[in-house]
Design a binder for this molecule. Sequence first.
Ligand SMILES: *Cc1c(COP(=O)(O)O)cnc(C)c1O
Length: 397
Amino acid sequence: MSFQNPVFIPGPTNIPESLRKACDMPTIDHRSPLFATILHPARDGVARVIKTTKAQIFIFPCSGTGGWEATISNTLSPGDTVLAARNGMFSHKWIDMCQRFGLNVLIEDVAWGDGLPVDRFAKRLADDTNHTIKAVLATHNETATGVVSDIAGVRKALDAADHPALFFVDGVSSIGSMDFRFDEWGVDAAVTGSQKGFMLPAGLAIVGVSEKAMQARETATLPRTFFSFDDMLAGYGANAYPYTPSVGLLNGLNEACKMLLDEGLDAVFARHHRIAEGVRAAVQAWGMDLCATAPNLYSNTVTAIRTPDGFDASTIVAHAAETYGVAFGTGLGDVAGKVFRIGHLGSLTDVMALSGIATAEMCMADLGLDIQLGSGVAAAQEYYRANGAAGTRMAAE
Ligand SMILES: *Cc1c(COP(=O)(O)O)cnc(C)c1O
C-alpha cells in the first residue's frame, strides 16, 4: 500500500497535513487550564457542525461504536423497547448492541440498498398509544450500502404520533460531510467518530445529547461506568476528564472543526455533493448499478457499486490494494462480494476523486469486466468541469 495515494474507504478518511500536525503534541497536563483551551473549543466546534445550541457534547476516547453504547447505557433500562430499521451492516450492528444490552428491539427490516422506512416507523409510532417505545434509532447514512435516510421524516413521524420516544441518530458517516440539523430535527442523541467527516485518526466517539436525553439518565438503569455522562460532566466542570483524555486527538478535533467552519458548512456539503455526483456519473458510464435503489437515497459520502452477477466484487478491492496501492471499501454482510465501495468523504478534492475513479477502472479492466478505460473518468471530468471544480478551494493545508 502506498502512503502517497489517498484512501477511498468510507473511514478512516484522508488526514490533512494540518490535522496530523495538530494531533502531534507534546504531553500536557490534562488537569491544567491549558487543557481547557482545547477541550471546550472542540466541544463548541462540534456543536456548530451538528447545528445545535442546546446539546451537551461528550467526547469519549474510543471509536464511534462507543458513542452508540454511551447513548444507550445512559438513557435506557433493561427490557426497554426501541424501534430500529436494519438496512445495512451498521444499522445491524447497532441493533445487535441493543439486544446485547437486553433491550427489546422492534426491527423494521428493509432491503440493503433501501432507506429507513419512514412510513412503517410512522405506523408503529401511531399504533404505540401506550408509549412502550422508549427510543427510535436511525442510521443517517448507511455506510455499507451508500444510502442516506430521511431523518427529518422520522422526526415528523414522531411528532405526528405525538410520541415521546427519544430519537437517536447514528451520524458517523454523515456528520461533517452532509447536512446534520440536531436542533431542527429534534435529535436526542447524535453519534459520530473522529475518523470520518472530521478527517482525524480513529479514537474519539463524539456524542451530542439533548436536554431530554440528559433527563432520561436520571431514571435509566442500564449500567454505565466508562461512558457515564454524569462522570464526564463532572470532569468537564473541572476542565478535565474522569480519566485520561486523548489530548492530541482533541486538539485535532478543535482544528478540524475550525477547518470545516472556515471552509463553510454549506461549501463542505456542496463539495461532498459535487464529488459524489462525479463518482455516480462514472458508475453510470460504466453501465453499473448503485446499491442504493433510488436517487433520493444516494449518499454523498460513500458509493456502493453493484458488480455483475457471478463476479466477486471483493476481488476489485484486493486487486486495487495489491496492484495499485489504493484502498476501496469492500462489501459487508448481505452485500459481501456483490458490491465494492468508493468512499468520498472528508479531505477530498475532485482531483483526488478522479484518481480513485481511474484506479477502479484499471482494476475492473484487469479483472476482465467489460469496462472502457477512461469512460468513468471522462464522465466525472465533465461533471466537475461543469460544476465549478476549478473555483473550488479545499480548506488550506
Ligand atoms: C464507521 C461507522 C460506525 C462505527 O464506527 P467505529 O468508529 O468504527 O466504531 C458506525 N456507524 C456508521 C454509520 C459508520 O459508518
